[in-house]
Design a protein around this ligand. Structure first.
Ligand code: GAL
Length: 953
């Protein structure tokens, strides 16, 4: 029996052989060589299955497979290299720290490289790994360099002495599981591999080592103070500011400050004897004052999101273009902050945040959530043996990222309980960088933190905190509050965002939050569309809980992002359309409104009849002004009229082009004229049919068959919707979970009993009772049909019977059409909306197709409703509502939608199913947060609503 040297895998230490951490930068003149690309690869089942002879020179790896670096091997090789595993917080191996399973997929990576011709002969060199999951051992030209853990952190090795011009052999052994895995229990896929860049950096004699840019801003004097501490002495120049000082020396000059809204960066340079390094300097001061987080003297409001790194094919190995796309999408949707949940991102992402402007909470690569299953017993963060590993992680994050003005908070990690290790991290960070604040959510007493942070606190608790009535330690009571996670964006939703925002804006102590989360971590799959937990046959998994983002895996914005954009818009436009004045409020923290151009337009029945520019003063932050609208156009007085006022970018910016819409509002002027149909036609019956106006009905059942030439599957009352993830709620939620209650009470299997078909003088009346088997509750439902000869009106009256203790998913009718494709409507759009997620629904005339009306939630569920619809045309019919209604159309039924697990399960049937709803239940965010607020519940109450049908040719 042989025990090869694999003890380092289960060693709590962070590793050995690596250089001390330092700032991450790209040199202007020192050479570098990217070692990204195709590497030779061999996978073995255990850490010690193979010896390390592959690292020796001359090893023949010709018959090995290959993988792309950066990359995760489980996402390459078409299944030949194992599969991803998704767990939320459960460790996918027995919990016995620091030990890991014998079955420990181990990937040997080999790369042979030559130095470029112009690689300098003199000087040293450093080999940098930006991210390897979870533990790596490294050799160059047969010499072992060391081993390390800390997956999303950089590690460097001095290699100059080992390099030669040609045929360098770099060997890296990567173990999927290690002691480090216990510290990396984030809610995400477990994805081993060398997933960030590998780079060889030349280090000339006299090169820059580590350096720390301190650039503060005094909002009283308008001056910035710059001091660059540098391990190697040199000079610092900033031409635009006339700065030319020695390192270590401080200089104060008038500057424009950096903020997420106006990300003013000054280009500078740090020059030592042997190297020049470009600096991008942003002057800003972050501090806690008057119980508030202030930047440059002003309290800020985070309108943030939690971002995991994700790409549907590459996992966490993102390219620069993807990172940029994320930041651009955030900026274009009015976000101003990002929490790098739950590890430091690729460093280039932070460059983008500096450049384009986002506040950043930079979070350490630390989570031990699985220990919650044993009441946090043996939690590494409360065990001194692990403290060196924790401090190593803190240092690798802070040292790497300390020169980014965008980073305003260091976060110790996520969901790691509490313990001395965390305190040690906080103390070290405060000492090393007193100019930033420390965040950690798990510390409700705020012993180690500078902010009281929580996740998924319900609206009422947030309000209590806002009012300072929440209790807690004395320290906590003096701190500001943020929700580092809220509004769980899993599937359809989140609902209730506007209600949170209203609280954040009402109470000073509430400094905003970070929606959970940015992107669905769906994995592109040949048969399933996007795969989620369980799709790879994992022993333990958490299903589609990994798909809870504001953007779909392909980065298309979901309705949740569009809603969030509207809710956090930086300009409030309000007023009374009838009196012709709008109030414009600047809600930016720093920017005035000079970058925006305002426009008005006037719509009658959804059609714009006139539009023009609106002159709005360049209000300072917090200021407001009343602005007079023009006289309403004379030709637009009959019909439903409204103003739409929009704030657009006045010129191109780095993140969006001119005319990009930033904010908008609609102000009603005159009310809608409701459809009216004189009940002048009389229903007539023959043996099989009843005829009324343009319609025919089944004589026995009273079921509608045709409207003119359009054949329909008869409308019936419908209360069921395919439960959303938020309807179903998370399994740990003890609160009422409506999705489950609906099934318990059989709302997905209602029986329709026919009680009477009555032909009256001017109406056909069909009486029914709609009720679930096994229960006494029911809905007495009367359909009353009338016509003026041309148009057909249906009035539905619903009276609940029995003891209804649950709200309804929806209340309306559903019918089928043999054919329908193009859809036009006047109502809310262009996207979907639900009662507590309808801020972004804009009243207008819209058109689409049945297929485009669908929102592709990775796990299929209720979606696609359009709100406030006055009328809709599809399949040869025009339908007007009294009152306005929710409209949904799809090529499958709600029952099919409910049964589907992936989008690929949804196959069009021979009908288009149309729902016209009088009511929809709210969405909430109970998949990890509160359910819908009481005002958004669809209670079973008596209701009456009508639709007018006519044929369109
Ligand atoms: C939080 C956690 C996140 C994620 C979220 C639910 O508890 O910090 O990582 O798991 O819940 O999606």
């Amino acid at each position: 029996m042989s025990f090869r040297n694999t003890t380092y895998v289960e060693d709590v230490s962070p590793g050995s052989g690596a250089l001390p951490p330092r700032a991450w930068y790209a040199s202007s003149d020192a050479k570098s060589l990217s070692l990204n690309g195709s590497w030779r690869f061999r996978l073995s089942p255990t850490a010690d299955a193979e010896d390390d002879s592959f690292a020796a020179e001359g090893y023949d790896a010709e018959d090995w497979a290959s993988v792309t670096v950066p990359g995760h091997w489980v996402l390459q090789g078409h299944g030949a290299f194992g599969a991803p595993i998704y767990t939320n917080h459960l460790y996918p191996f027995p919990v016995d720290p620091p030990y890991v399973p014998t079955d420990n997929p181990t990937g040997d990576h080999l790369r042979v490289f030559d130095l470029p011709e112009d690689w300098p002969g003199a000087g040293d060199a450093v080999l940098r790994f930006d991210g390897v999951e979870s533990c790596a051992r490294v050799w160059l030209n047969g010499t072992e360099l060391g081993e390390f853990k800390g997956s999303r952190l950089p590690h460097e090795f001095a290699v100059g002495r080992l390099l030669r011009p040609g045929g360098n052999v770099l060997a890296v052994r990567v173990h999927q599981w290690s002691a480090g895995s216990y510290l990396e229990d984030q809610d995400q896929w477990w994805l081993p591999g060398i997933f960030r860049d590998v780079t060889l950096l030349h280090r000339p004699a006299g090169a820059v080592g580590d350096f720390f840019v301190h650039a503060s801003y005094d909002h009283v004097t308008g001056e910035g103070t710059l001091r660059v501490e540098s391990e190697v002495e040199g000079r610092v120049t900033v031409p635009a500011l006339g700065i030319d000082v020695a390192t270590g020396e401080s200089v104060t000059v008038p500057v424009e400050p950096w903020s997420a809204e106006i990300p003013r960066l000054y280009d500078g340079e740090l020059a030592t004897l042997g190297e020049r390094v470009p600096l991008r300097i942003g002057f800003r001061t972050v501090l806690l004052e008057d119980g508030l987080i202030k930047v440059n003297g002003k309290a800020i409001l985070f309108k943030g999101v939690n971002r995991h790194e994700w790409h549907p094919e590459k996992g966490r190995a993102l390219g620069l273009a993807t990172m940029r796309e994320d930041v651009l999408l955030m900026k274009r949707h009015n976000l101003n902050a990002v929490r790098t949940s739950h590890y430091p991102p690729h460093p280039a992402f932070l460059d983008l945040c500096d450049e384009l402007g986002l506040w950043v909470i930079d979070e350490c690569d630390l989570e031990t959530h699985g220990f919650t299953e044993q009441d946090w017993r043996d939690n590494p963060v409360d065990d001194d043996r692990w403290t060196p590993a924790l401090l190593d992680r803190a240092a690798r994050m802070v040292e790497r990222d300390k020169n980014h003005p965008s980073v305003v908070f260091w976060s110790l990690g996520n969901e790691a309980g509490t313990g001395r290790g965390l305190t040690a991290m906080a103390e070290w960070i405060h000492g090393r960088d007193p100019d930033r604040l420390v965040h950690y959510e798990g510390d409700w007493d705020c012993r180690n933190t500078d902010v009281y942070s929580r996740m998924y606190a319900f609206h009422d608790e947030v309000e209590k905190i806002g009012r300072g009535l929440d209790g807690g330690t004395h320290k906590r009571r003096e701190l500001p509050f943020i929700q580092c996670e809220y509004a769980h964006a899993m599937g359809n939703g989140p609902g209730g965002l506007a209600d949170y925002q209203e609280l954040f804006e009402r109470y000073d102590r509430l400094q905003g939050g970070f929606v959970w989360e940015w992107i669905d971590h769906g994995i592109k799959h040949p048969d399933l569309g996007y795969a989620y937990g369980g799709d790879f046959g994992e022993e333990l998994h958490d299903g589609n809980f990994v798909c809870d983002g504001l953007i779909f895996p392909d980065r298309r914005p979901s309705p949740g992002l569009v809603e969030y954009k509207k809710v956090i818009e930086p300009v409030r436009i309000e007023g009374d359309g009838a009196d012709g004045t709008v109030r414009v409020v600047n809600k930016y923290d720093f920017a005035d409104l000079s970058a925006l151009a305002f426009e008005w337009s006037y719509q009658v029945d959804g059609e714009t009849v006139e539009a023009g520019a609106l002159s709005v003063p360049a209000l300072a932050p917090g200021e407001s002004a009343d602005v007079k609208l023009p006289e309403p156009p004379a030709h637009g007085r009959d019909g439903e009229a409204q103003w739409t006022v929009r704030a657009l970018l006045a010129a191109d910016t780095v993140w969006a082009s001119k005319d990009h819409e930033v904010a908008w509002a609609q102000l009603p002027v005159t009310e809608r004229i409701k459809p009216s149909v004189a009940a002048s036609d009389r229903p007539t019956a023959s043996e099989r049919l009843i005829c009324l106006g343009p319609a025919s009905f089944d004589a026995r059942t009273g079921a509608l068959k045709t409207i003119g030439g359009v054949e329909v599957t008869a409308p019936r009352l419908d209360v069921w919707r395919a439960p959303t993830d938020n309807d179903d709620g998370a399994e740990w939620q003890s609160d009422t979970r409506y999705g489950l209650l609906w099934r318990k009470f059989g709302l997905h299997r209602m029986h329709h009993r026919l009680d009477a078909v009555e032909l009256g003088e001017s109406a056909l009346t069909v009486r029914t009772r709609v009720a679930p088997a096994a229960w006494e509750i029911g809905l007495s439902t009367v359909y009353r049909w009338t016509s003026d000869g041309n148009r057909l009106k249906l009035t539905v009256s619903v009276t609940p019977e029995g003891d209804w203790t649950v709200p309804l998913p929806r209340l309306g009718i559903r019918f089928g059409l043999a054919e329908a494709d193009a859809v036009r409507w006047f109502g809310g759009g262009p996207g979907e909306a639900y009662p507590d997620s309808q801020s972004a629904s804009m009243l207008g005339r819209w058109h689409s197709t049945v297929d485009e009306l669908q929102t592709p939630y990775v796990r299929p569920q209720e979606n696609g409703a359009r709100a406030d619809v006055r009328w809709v045309e599809l399949g040869g019919l025009r339908i007007e509502g009294d009152p306005e209604f929710w409209f949904t159309a799809r090529r499958w039924t709600s029952e099919h939608l409910d049964a589907a697990r992936h989008l690929t399960d949804l196959t069009p049937g021979d009908r288009v199913w149309v729902n016209l709803d009088h009511g929809q239940h709210g969405i909430g965010s109970q998949s990890c947060g509160p359910g819908p607020l009481p005002q958004y519940l669809l209670r079973a109450e008596p209701a009456e609503f009508s639709f007018v049908f006519s044929e369109v040719r």
